[in-house]
Design a protein around this ligand. Sequence first.
Ligand code: MGD
Ligand code: MGD
Ligand code: MO
Length: 779
Amino acid sequence: MKRSELDPDDIHIKHYDSPTGGWGSLKSLIKKAEENGLLASDIWAMLGEQNKPDGFMCVSCSWAKPKDSGPFEFCENGAKATIWEHDPKKCDPEFFASHTISELLEWNDHDLEKTGRLTAPMKYNPASDKYEPIEWDVAFREIAAELKSLNPDDVVFYASGRASLEASHMYQLFARIYGSNNLPDSSNMCHESTSVGLPKSIGSPVGTVQLEDFAECDMIFFIGHNVGTNAPRMLHPLQEARKRGVPLVTFNPLPERGLVRFKNPQSPAEMLSPGPGTEMSSDFVQLKAGGDLSVLTGICKHLLVLEDEAQRQGQPAILDHAFIQEHTSGFEEFCAFLRAENWNEIVTRSGIERDEIERIAALYASKERVIANYGMGLTQHREGVENVQMLCNMLLMRGNIGKEGAGISPVRGHSNVQGQRTVGISEKPELVPLDKLAAFYRFEPPRHKGLDTVETCQGILDGRVKGFVGLGGNFSRAVPETALVEKAWRRMELQVQIATKLNRNHLLTTRATYLLPCLGRSERDTQVTGDQWVSMEDSTANIHGSFGKRAPASDKLMSEPAIIAKLALATCPEKADVPWQAWIDDYALVRDAIERAYPDDFKDFNQRFTHPGGFHRNIVACKREWKTDNGKANFITPRNLNADPDIQVNGKNILTLLTIRSNDQFNTTIYGYDDRLRGIHGTRMVLLLNANDIARLGLKEGEMVNLRTAVEDGVERRVEGLRVVSYEIPAGNCAGYYPELNPLMPLFHHSRTAHVPAAKSIPVHIEKAGRQEYSAARH
Ligand SMILES: Nc1nc2c(c(=O)[nH]1)N[C@H]1C(S)=C(S)[C@@H](COP(=O)(O)OP(=O)(O)OC[C@H]3O[C@@H](n4cnc5c(=O)[nH]c(N)nc54)[C@H](O)[C@@H]3O)O[C@H]1N2
Ligand SMILES: Nc1nc2c(c(=O)[nH]1)N[C@H]1C(S)=C(S)[C@@H](COP(=O)(O)OP(=O)(O)OC[C@H]3O[C@@H](n4cnc5c(=O)[nH]c(N)nc54)[C@H](O)[C@@H]3O)O[C@H]1N2
Ligand SMILES: [Mo]
């Protein structure tokens, strides 16, 4: 088998103006299933189990699962993820016997994962340059010996956000007993800006909105999230709100289809009606990337003007004075900042006119119960934390936190990324109940801060990090500075990857490299006490049970909890008193352990987690109790409106690149080469540009260009071979796909305080294939 070459004749770009969902969604799904060799009857049986109280929780996004589910509770992309996991093809020892790693390194991401499910534990043999089978017990013994030969501080235990609460709690305990707090997870590249920003604002690292609030709200903000692709089930509550006439105000540089029109593929009435579907955004604010801080400041600034006017005219107040007085701190300083900011700067930085911002502010001022949702467009900036806190400020001004139908709603990524942090996967020891763990299991956990994702990359580049254990994910492909990280990766001593499918990270072999295949979530997990349940936490802090019923892809697979426990038993059984074997036998005991460590959040865990709709963690900000240092919700004043100090637009030929996901991928997992909702087919190597920029730079649609990072630090970062596509994107911005464009992201280009890579604002130059730089001056 050779890696597939894309046929240039298959590439076509055309405007897509149908609704999200609808027949396009069903067609895309059926095509995907057929490509994977699945029968229609299998698919429907499997999808009927998805997101049900007695079935498995979707492996795609983390959006809330309703109590009263219909016969099918899935979306196009959740179904794709399930189909992808349920791949009848096998990436088995025979496959590895016939391909060297050097050869596989030439394959692309799509083709690597398309080889199918990993079926047996493998170890890399440098002599043959191949992965070769190894017995589980031998693998555990050898990995333990390797781990023991390393300094625990030099080993990183990464988690990608998918593993269950049970596996995650066991994983962090194993790492800490071994002696390491190096527990970064994908959240470090994602919503860490939320986890760092919200606790200072409202004393909670997670949002305050629940599914029921959508039925009560009278206005919705939707900021920097591509819901039609990345959390499509969320379109249902949004659509219901729209049908009630609730305004939905979107901030996004791209006119994402899901935020324009939607037809519910699970509603026969809608599918059969010829209409264009529901209009999703009532107001689409197509701001420049990084312009959110400015628009939000403008809205807040105008609220003060409206308040002054209301007072002058003896009208009801615009601000919620009682709430501000009783519950908040920092309002005076924040007002002084708002009054001092000038409109010219707000308009220039956001690209949005003052009267438009004032109109949105007036709309907001007229509503009583407002929800603000947001995603990567807000968090993946140098000032991502400030962005999140500014959104909080706006909500606090009108008391929109801690009341029904209102609140802040970070839309998380991976299906259990929020839960992993809840049960102890964190490099920040102050967030973990270490004293309790020490007392329960009689060991001394390390107390110093561990490495986060950016620091791990730095450690790999410096040669300080010597071992990497991955609980899922494709770390080297997802991080910034990919080219340098990949090169340095091979200098490590040890790599252990627990995974379901082969990816590029697995091919970056280190001195000792092990690939441990695990069960997927939809698969039956049988242990001595019977088939096991696991659990996860969704974006709205509800905990759900998940029960896999499908036959495992291979009888050699082990579950994630079992792999972790066996690693712990082989590596450091003497260092602590943990009933690892009993935990493998019965995961209910792990849930008891979680409840013991986190009694407030997990009260009666085993009794409650299989209830329809799950149970809500005890998020006290929802009740207006603030677990902040001063016991108040805080207005936090940003330093200035510059969302990105690396973007010095000192020449017109520097553009701001935002890296985005297509409708045919799950992070680094590439399902295919079509981005139906953006009208791009047959290729991912595109650069979306404003028509005026194309003309200004003397480019032509369809022309091939290269991108080079516009940062002068002695490192050359370049991605070649991108096709110019004219797109409705603000002038000065351009967009292309992650992970292909990750080599352009400098490692230092991240949120100052949360260290989230600033993937939505990378300064770039466009070059012609001959490496001649394009500048406005020359053309
Ligand atoms: N099918 C599918 N589902 C997924 C994933 C997937 O890859 N595929 N990934 C999962 C994960 S881990 C995550 S974190 C989420 C990601 O889901 P999203 O948060 O939607 O992330 P992105 O796809 O990166 O898109 C970010 C959106 O922000 C916009 N944007 C970019 N820059 C700015 C800006 O400066 N301001 C504003 N206001 N908007 C901006 C982009 O145009 C885009 O619409 O989805 C999860 N769900
Ligand atoms: N430029 C740019 N970079 C980004 C982003 C961006 O928007 N732009 N987004 C960032 C974000 S939000 C995130 S979350 C990260 C994602 O980074 P990661 O979480 O590291 O990457 P994924 O692509 O989700 O990981 C896919 C792999 O997980 C494994 N896997 C799948 N299912 C399972 C399972 O059930 N168990 C186990 N053990 N393994 C499994 C498979 O082997 C698969 O190849 O990327 C970040 N990087
Ligand atoms: Mo994410």
